[in-house]
Design a protein around this ligand. Structure first.
Ligand SMILES: O=C(O)C(=O)C[C@]1(C(=O)O)C=C[C@@H](O)C=C1
Length: 159
């Protein structure tokens, strides 16, 4: 039941690779508190409009942002040690990567709404979340950096 939401979380985590590729070797820092506030304000407003608990949605997205930063930091370490692994192309953060993240926000909010009942029932939610996390790690061939990020992101699934 949490498979679709988990897949979307993995897609957001994978978008962290693009964020890292856009920022690595530029003066732009991994942490952008202004952008984080914009993302979370947007989530809050749209949750209210959708009848989702805004506090829980914001908490969920805070965890997704932390997971995204963990990916960026992990890749920075990897790329500093192995410069040959740095992607050849630098995507554009504003027009390419953040647009993709904004699209994922919409999809994730819809899925949060669809799974609201299940996520409120703490015990079954924890069981389903573990199942979804394990199968996503296998299906998406996640390496350690991305698996750790997913574990971090999953902490806020059960409300
Ligand atoms: O948009 C960025 O610059 C990102 O790094 C992505 C993101 C996010 O997950 O939405 C993560 C960290 C930043 O502090 C702001 C936002």
């Amino acid at each position: 039941p949490l498979g679709e939401l988990t897949d979307l979380m993995v897609r957001r985590i994978r978008a962290g690779d693009l964020v890292a590729a856009a920022k690595f070797g530029t003066p732009r820092p991994i942490d952008d508190p202004v952008r984080e506030r914009q993302v979370l304000e947007d989530v809050r407003t749209r949750s209210v409009a959708m009848g989702l608990d805004p506090e829980s949605a914001v908490r969920f997205f805070r965890a997704q942002i932390e997971a995204n930063k963990a990916v960026q930091r992990g890749l920075y370490v990897r790329w500093t040690r192995h410069p040959d692994e740095v992607p050849d192309e630098r995507p554009d953060l504003l027009t390419d990567v953040r647009r993709r993240l904004d699209g994922l926000t919409t999809e994730i909010l819809v899925d949060l709404k669809e799974t609201e009942q299940l996520r409120r029932s703490v015990v079954s939610c924890e069981v389903q979340a573990k199942l979804a996390e394990r199968s996503a790690a296998v299906v998406h061939h996640l390496d350690e950096v991305h698996e750790d990020a997913l574990a971090r992101a999953m902490r806020a699934v059960c409300s």
